[in-house]
Write a protein that binds this ligand. Sequence first.
Ligand code: HEC
Length: 309
Amino acid sequence: MNQNKKLEDEIKFKELLKDPLRLFGWIFPYFFIILLLFGIYYVGNLSNISFNEQIVSAPDTTNIKKEIPLKKGGTMPAVDLELVKNPTPDFIAKGKELFNANCKSCHGDSGMGDGPAAAMLNPKPRNFHAVDGWTNGRNVDQMYKTLQEGITKNGMAAYEYLPKLDRFEIISYIRTFAQFPPVGDDQLINLDMNYQVSQSATVPSTIPVTLAQTKLEEENSVQNMKYLQFQLLVNSTQASRGAEVVKNYSINLKKVFTSYSRLGVNKNIDNYVSVVMTNPINAGFKPAVVQLSKEDWKILFDYLKSSIL
Ligand code: HEC
C-alpha cells in the first residue's frame, strides 16, 4: 500500500475547515442527491406547476345576432326644422329619454363617453364635452349623418331605424351638454338635401328574426297537423263520395292540400276550379280531373272545404 495515500478513519472537521474546497468535496454527493430528488419531483408535477389554469371566458362574438325590433310600419312624420333650430324644453326632454334608452350605455350619463359599455371600446365613445377630435363633426347635420350612417368601423352603430324626429330630439339633448356651434340655415338646407328630413317617409313593419323563425315553425307544424288530419280523413274506411273523388283523381295528396289551402280568403268554388284547371298536376291531380262534371266539382270542393280546416 502506498504510504502517501493514508486513509482517514475519522473526519477531522477542524482540518477540513481550513480548506473549504475540500469541505465541498464532502457535501457534494448529498447536494447532488437533494438536487436530483427535487428535479424528479419538479418534473413529475410539471403539469400542476407550469400550466396557467385561468379560464378564458371571452364571449363568442361570432354568435351574436343583431335583433331588429318588432315595429309596426307607418309614416315617419316630417320634421319641423324650426324645432331643430330652437328646441322647446319638451323636445329636449324627449331627447333625454331617448338618449338614456339608446346611447347612455356607451356615451355615459352626462355624455362624457364613459358609459359601462365604453370600457370594451377602442376608440372610446365620443365625449360630447370635447371640442376636438370628432370624426364627422359637431354640427347638427354632421351629427345627423353619424346617426344615419353610423361610424361602424369605430363601433358607433347606425340608428337609421329611429324616426327622424327622435334623432333630432336626441341631438338637441346632446347639444345641452356643452357649447355647440349654432344651427345655421346652411346646415338645415344641407340636411334636407341629403336626408329629406322635412318630408314624411313611410317605413315598413319589421319583425325580429328569431320571432319570425318561431312563427314560421309554429305555422309549419300547424299546417303539418292539418295535413295529417286531412290524409287520415281521405283514407278512412268510411270514405264519403268526396273522398272517393279525391282518391280517384289525385296523384299527390299533399299538393291537393296545399293548393286548396293557398287560396286563403279566396276560397270559392270558381277560384278553386280555375286553379286546378290551369295546372292539374301542380294542384296534385291527374289531368283527367278536367273532365269532372259540374256536380263532381261541387262534391270535391265541398269535401275539401269540410275536411281542410
Ligand atoms: C356601442 C356603443 C355606442 C352606442 C350605444 C352609441 N354610440 Fe355614439 N359613438 C360610439 C363610439 C365608439 C364613437 C366614436 C366613433 C369615432 O371615434 O369615430 C361614437 C361617436 C358618436 C358621435 C360623434 C361622431 C363624430 O363625429 O365623432 C355621436 C354624435 C354619437 N356617437 C352619437 C350617439 C347617439 C346619439 C347614440 C344613441 C342613439 C349613440 N351614439 C350610441 C359608441 C356608441
